[in-house]
Design a binder for this molecule. Structure first.
Ligand SMILES: C[S@@+](CC[C@H](N)C(=O)[O-])C[C@H]1O[C@@H](n2cnc3c(N)ncnc32)[C@H](O)[C@@H]1O
Length: 288
């Protein structure tokens, strides 16, 4: 396991296990809490698509996971067909269930595939008008090759949107009422060991024209983030805790364990003083 415990896991997902289910829950909660951010993005894609042609008819979601992107795209582009490609059957199973629940099952087909291998089945369903890749490119053995493959699958004037969570969101107040103030900042400092991703150069090298680089900072208080915030914070901080045992001071580990203990009054699961602060970057590029 890489020491950068982002939402992306950073492991070779060819060996993925039941931990996919925990990751799927995290991604679904992330999408629920940040629904308006995702809607802004798909809305922007609609504007950019319409500058050259009509709305996208065929969409490819690379590393779709539980399909939060596929579902948002299906809602935005109601006459489009989305191919959701992922290596994990557990993720795709969740996507199927959500698509049925949201009434968009007919718009979305899943494809269980290893995207490090040749894209034979993907190309049989293409070419595509829009490719979406969220929190995914760094999973690829050779992202340069993946960008080249994506370029080949996109029709001229088609768009690609690559989006990344720069790092896990922050949730706690400076003084969480247990242990020393600044606990979450110290947790992030010791577990965030890699710089954020930067894909503009790779997109240009593959032949795309980068139209926008959209860094977005999101701050939502408890009422704005909605009822899923506590569960989302709990699952994110528990994931960071699983990487912190050897790198965080003992008193901070003890305080974090109290915060993660749902039976305690200070528990993240019960607090009303949580907020969410996160940054996301999206690159939108076009095949000339
Ligand atoms: C962090 S998740 C992102 C999921 C989704 N795009 C989202 O934003 O919620 C990364 C996804 O990439 C998938 N993945 C990793 N390696 C892969 C591979 N070699 N081929 C296909 N999918 C892969 C994982 O199964 C996982 O669903």
């Amino acid at each position: 396991m890489n020491t950068h415990p982002d939402t992306h896991g950073h492991t070779g997902h060819e060996n993925a296990t039941g931990s996919d289910i925990a990751m799927a829950q995290l991604l679904e909660l992330d999408a629920e809490v940040l629904a308006s951010h995702i809607a802004d993005l798909t809305g922007r894609l609609a504007e950019l698509a319409e500058l050259t042609t009509s709305a996208p008819a065929r969409i490819l979601d690379l590393g779709s996971g539980p399909g939060t992107g596929s579902l948002a795209l299906a809602r935005q582009f109601s006459s489009a067909h989305v191919t959701a490609a992922d290596i994990s059957p557990q993720m795709l199973h969740r996507l199927h269930k959500q698509a049925a629940a949201q009434g968009v099952a007919e718009q979305i087909n899943t494809l269980e595939t290893n995207l490090n291998e040749p894209w034979t089945e993907i190309s049989e369903r293409g070419p595509y008008d829009l490719i979406w890749a969220a929190a995914f490119l760094h999973h690829m053995a050779d992202p340069t090759r993946t960008f080249a493959q994506a370029f080949d699958q996109l029709r001229p004037s088609g768009l690609i949107a690559v989006t990344e969570m720069d790092f896990f969101p922050l949730f706690l107040p400076e003084d969480a009422g247990i242990g020393r103030p600044g606990l979450e900042a110290r947790l992030h400092a010791v577990t965030n060991t890699q710089p954020p991703h930067e894909w503009a150069g790779s997109l240009a090298d593959a032949g795309f024209t980068v139209e926008e680089r959209r860094p977005v900072e999101i701050r939502l208080d408890h009422s704005q983030a909605g009822p899923s915030l506590n569960a989302y914070a709990q699952i994110c901080l528990a994931k960071l805790r699983s990487h912190a045992s050897d790198v965080l001071d003992a008193d901070d580990l003890a305080a974090l364990d109290v915060l993660l203990d749902e039976t305690r009054p200070q528990s993240i699961a019960r607090r009303e003083d949580l907020s969410v602060h996160t940054t996301r970057t999206t690159w939108i590029a076009r095949r000339p």
